[in-house]
Design a binder for this molecule. Sequence first.
Ligand code: AMP
Length: 386
Amino acid sequence: MSRRDLVLGVLGGGQLARMLAQAASPLGIRTVALDPAEGGCAADVAMTRQAAWDDWEALQAFAEQVDAVTFDFENVPAATARWLAERVPVYPPPAALEVAQDRLSEKTLFRACGLPTPEFRAIGSKDDLIAAVNGIGLPAILKTRRLGYDGKGQFRLRETADLEAAWDALGAQADTVGLILEAFVPFERELSVIAVRDRQGGFRCWPLTRNWHVDGVLSLSLAPAPQVDTALMAEAMGHARTLAERLQYVGVFALELFVRDGQLLGNEMAPRVHNSGHWTIEGAVTSQFENHVRAVLGLPLGLTTARGQAAMFNWIGEMPDRGAALAVPDLHWHDYGKSARAGRKVGHATICAAEPAVLAARLEQAAQWLQREAQAEPAVSLLREA
Ligand code: AMP
């Protein structure tokens, strides 16, 4: 009997496509990544096609080559996703992608689903901005509605005098990608829910992740998030489930939350595998990447249980010298093979342990060797208290 391999198509050829391909391979699933840019880091481990998002001939050939299509980043034009969905299963569904592409529709959906958000207003003009600052108060953050990521397309307003500078920085984008003003939330912590929904509606969450950002970019994640009571955990996961069902979502997504005065506020939803879920590769029974592959191809989901405690460092700009850090027990190095560039995510490392105290010691040791003590410090002290 002949067997035909399943083939997963991924729009985008960066590190998420690369890790999806790495998870797909042992399942006997091949990956083809399509990207308008040349030289994405998925090319080391997946077949790649270079084509523009409106190169319909190339997209037709791609659709014929794959069994399902998914995304490695959310800013694929909705028209491309919809066109492909007429030819091959596309997950998450293009309609869900569209909601998550726009901070305004995303936050409006959160509220409609009963998840509170920071105060926000749509901004179309400088007068709108003045009125919104008066209404919401300061500090606040002006953000592009679309195409922003990793803290890009954001301007923090601390006092009224910052209004001019904020408009100078982002005002020109009011007519292109749109703008939104959000109240700045003095949160106690940031959490994310990494969740997966399959084609039959089966839903699973990994344990919650605690995240620390620097300049709007994820720096460190710790999972399962320590000191989260069961009610808050159930509430966070309940919100993720409600959103997934409302969107008829299929695949993995991340729901990013702020905790303020013990209450959850929705920040954003990433309609894809997410940086704060990278720890699941070694720290959970089934990784977010493997479960995403399973979900979009209609295969049964794997368990999302944590194997113990895990911490993930992000490497931004350039990879540190791994040096002696590899000697740390249960440390896992991920170099995406990208060239160095300021602000770019070039790799990560996950450290695992069965017990929080053991992870604290390992994290401290690795941070010392890698000269990242300040980055690791909040997680180390939290783990020592656990
Ligand atoms: P975003 O791209 O919107 O997820 O923003 C990146 C990071 O900036 C978040 O994870 C927070 O650390 C911070 N941030 C974004 N929006 C707010 C807000 N309204 N209040 C406080 N911090 C924020």
